[in-house]
Design a protein around this ligand. Structure first.
Ligand SMILES: *Cc1c(COP(=O)(O)O)cnc(C)c1O
Ligand SMILES: [Zn+2]
Length: 559
């Protein structure tokens, strides 16, 4: 279906052509695609029922007339995964992960590449230029390969070598530039101009914004499916928050456009608040936002290891997002590299989701905003897990993350050899993998979810023999029978509450010395706090503890 391109500065409209970069009337590069929303609103809900879940199901709302099906690689249609363990840990049950790692080249850049390459193919364009911190070039390269389009990929020399090699593997020409990402963008644009080539212009690229907006549509459809029909009578549900780590800000520009279109077509009533997260070492938008500035000051030399987030000069993207955030209670926030790496580790250990550091920055932002009380326990939150790659793992894991088993060599004349002496061979090797006795931890909690969470936190970073009790009476029996090295005790339990368990333990000389961590969902009164004083080693508030802090506590008590 046809779209029109509308200039956001002068309102001039004309038809779309990918290699027209400026408004023909005022030369502005900031324009947007508009569609026949009234008609699309009538046909889309029915049409969607028959289409597979993927980016092209919204084709009436994309700037490609006849998308060539042979270019497709399963772009879009990524899962929306509920983060149950994070939800328990943070006391915010409705956290969802939009798992963009599951796109064809493992980042959400696949959406922009899929739509842009389809539009270029349709227009007969066969060569293009893109500046990239890695993922854009990887995504474009993959789709360009299928479409027979040559890509010149300009990357900063800081892009991890594995990412550069992937770009080259797809047959793109990698141009490695020693300089900041902003300088790389300038060089790439100049190169393209000199040769008259199409080039990607980030958030000013119509097809890129349109590709990104499909995230919003998918989230609305998926939340409705997973949480049931919207309570306000609209067709689809929306989250309270959409969180994404940003560099140039293309993602949130596209996603907010998607939500506004849905509202325009009457599919939703509420526009979600967007939280855009930057890295502390390169956070021009956050600085400007916090100082209430209309323009962001450039960060000339970004100081972050997360090169994917290193856009120092946001330009027009900032005022555009600022306006949107002021209108719909969004915000900019930043996190340190360390917070992002830590979040990366927590996400992998607690949810089985291995994200790249840039994507993990969004989760670090989530943790920060929940702790600050900005995101409320009743809010529904979708975090864009934008990408997946391996290069940062050494930074997170350090050394000692694997144990080695070296087996004695089997010789060809095995029968002739004397039998191995005791203590050699497989058994001896395996006994070095793990000791026979582990510290023993008892968990007493009547909620299965809470027991699972604590078990998972313990498992994820140490070896423990774990016992579980589902009420106070069982807990006391367990303590008397197993004599654990540590008890993790809930206070509100049926049959016998945590206070009574503590009392009984402390009156028994065999169990009086066992350290106790109380984990409670309840705000304690001063009387209750006094009651616990001297009886327990630590008090942790449920829904407000991070796995690392909890583990540190456990380790210090078991020593
Ligand atoms: C590109 C990218 C970002 C930044 O997104 P923008 O919307 O362009 O600011 C964040 N995370 C990952 C993994 C990316 O690839
Ligand atoms: Zn104009």
């Amino acid at each position: 279906m046809a779209c029109l391109i509308e200039c956001i500065d002068c309102g001039h409209t004309n038809h779309y052509h990918p290699s027209e970069f400026n408004c023909p009337n005022c030369k502005s590069q900031w324009r947007r695609a508009i569609y026949d929303y009234d008609n699309i609103a009538k046909i889309l809900p029915d049409a969607l029922e028959k289409r597979p879940f993927g980016l092209w199901r919204y084709q009436e709302l994309l700037p490609v007339q006849k998308p060539v099906t042979s270019l497709r690689m399963g772009e879009g249609g990524t899962p929306l995964i509920q983060a149950v363990n994070l939800g328990l840990m943070l006391g915010c049950p409705n956290i969802f992960i939009k798992d963009e790692r599951q796109g064809p080249s493992a980042s959400f850049k696949d959406r922009q590449a899929a739509v842009t390459i389809a539009a270029l193919k349709e227009a007969g364009i066969t060569e293009m230029v893109a500046a990239s911190t890695g993922n854009v070039a990887i995504a474009y390269s993959a789709f360009a390969a299928r479409a027979g389009i040559k890509l010149w990929a300009f990357v900063t020399s800081l892009v991890p070598a594995v990412k550069m090699r992937e770009i080259a593997l797809y047959g793109s020409q990698v141009v490695k530039v020693t300089g900041s990402y902003d300088q790389v963008k300038k060089i790439a644009a100049e190169f393209a101009e000199q040769r008259g080539l199409y080039h990607d212009m980030g958030a000013r690229t119509i097809t890129s914004v349109e590709g990104m907006k499909t995230i919003a549509y998918e989230i609305a459809e998926q939340l409705t499916e997973q949480l049931g029909p919207a309570t306000d009578g609209s067709l689809w549900r929306t989250p309270t928050w959409y969180i994404q780590a940003i560099s140039g800000g293309l993602g949130p520009i596209g996603v907010s456009k998607g939500f506004h279109e849905m509202k325009r077509m009457g599919f939703i009533n509420e526009i979600p608040s967007i939280a855009a997260i930057q890295a502390d070492g390169c956070a021009p938008m956050v600085h400007a936002w916090k100082q209430n500035l209309e323009e962001a000051n450039a960060v000339i030399s970004p100081k972050t290891h997360i090169e994917t987030l290193a856009t120092g000069t946001p330009g027009r993207a900032y005022p555009l997002l600022r306006e949107e955030f002021k209108e719909n209670k969004g915000l900019f926030e930043s996190v340190t590299d360390e917070e992002a790496f830590r979040a990366m580790h927590v996400l992998a250990k607690m949810e089985g989701v291995s994200a790249e550091p840039a994507a993990a920055a969004a989760f670090a932002g989530l943790f920060k905003l929940i702790r600050a009380g900005v995101i409320k326990p009743t809010d529904t939150v979708v975090v864009n897990c934008t990408g997946h790659t391996m290069p940062a793992e050494p930074l997170v894991l350090g050394s000692g993350w694997a144990r080695n088993v070296v087996l004695p060599q089997e010789s060809e004349t095995a029968q002739a050899e004397p039998a191995p002496k005791e203590g050699e061979g497989l058994l001896a090797a395996l006994s070095r993998v793990a000791p026979d006795r582990f510290p023993r931890v008892a968990i007493a909690d009547d909620t299965p979810d809470a027991r699972r969470l604590i078990r998972r936190i313990l498992q994820s970073q140490g070896e423990y023999t774990i016992f579980e009790a589902t009420n106070g009476r069982e807990a006391l029996e367990l303590v008397n029978r197993e004599r654990p090295d540590l008890l993790i005790l809930d206070l509100m339990m049926p049959e016998m509450d945590g206070f009574a368990v503590l009392d009984a333990m402390k009156n028994n000389p065999d169990t009086v010395h066992i350290p106790v961590i109380v984990s409670t969902a309840k705000e304690l009164t001063q009387d209750e706090k006094n009651l616990l004083k001297g009886q327990i080693q630590a008090l942790m508030q449920k829904g407000d503890f991070m796995s690392d802090e909890f583990l540190d506590e456990v380790k210090s008590l078991i020593r």
